[in-house]
Design a protein around this ligand. Structure first.
Ligand SMILES: [Zn+2]
Length: 175
């Protein structure tokens, strides 16, 4: 009986390797199957993850970073935000911890090909778009530089003919 306990829940044997992304050098911890499964959608396991309020005091950076990333995803919950406020990471550790926080809660904006669009991208219209109220049609092939994302993943904002317009992402192609 020399099985190491999972450092996250501190309850089950650590059997599953878990690689930390964005680490300055390859880093891996071992966690239990249950934590590994519940990690894919942390917000659906809010009660389960309250175990982090104990494991956040682990002294290993690799564990602390894993805890930090989970808490960040759960930070809509008051308990998780409180834990985050108490969790101390060195600045450089915090930087790569933050870089690896998954953004599973936000749906990416995608163009007509399914390519993810980011703020600042240049896109091209793939069809003629009558612009309501502006009295012109933005022609297919028109290039829109420096787009902005909106709260709605189906829409972006960009300037055509000097006018700031909301455009449907499905009618665009990343240039
Ligand atoms: Zn566990």
């Amino acid at each position: 009986m020399n099985m190491t306990q999972c450092p996250l829940c501190e309850q089950s044997p650590a059997t599953t390797p878990y690689a930390l992304t964005e680490a300055p050098s390859p880093m891996e911890i071992r966690i239990c199957d249950r934590c590994a499964a519940n990690m894919t959608a942390p917000t659906e396991h809010n009660d389960y993850w309250q175990c982090l309020t104990s494991s956040m005091w682990n002294e290993e950076d690799s564990v602390k970073v894993t805890v930090y990333r989970l808490l960040r995803q759960l930070s809509g919950q008051a308990w998780a935000q409180e834990a985050l406020d108490m969790l101390y990471l060195e600045d450089e550790v915090k930087a790569w911890a933050e870089a690896g926080v998954p953004t599973i809660n936000s749906t990416p904006t995608r163009d007509s090909n399914g390519t993810v669009l980011n703020a600042g991208d240049t896109v091209t219209l793939i069809k003629d778009l009558p612009v309501k109220g502006a009295g012109f049609t933005a022609k297919r092939g028109t290039s829109v530089r420096g787009i902005s994302l909106t709260d709605n993943p189906d829409h972006i904002e960009g300037k055509i003919n000097g006018q700031r317009l909301v455009l449907v992402a499905a009618y665009l192609k990343k240039s």
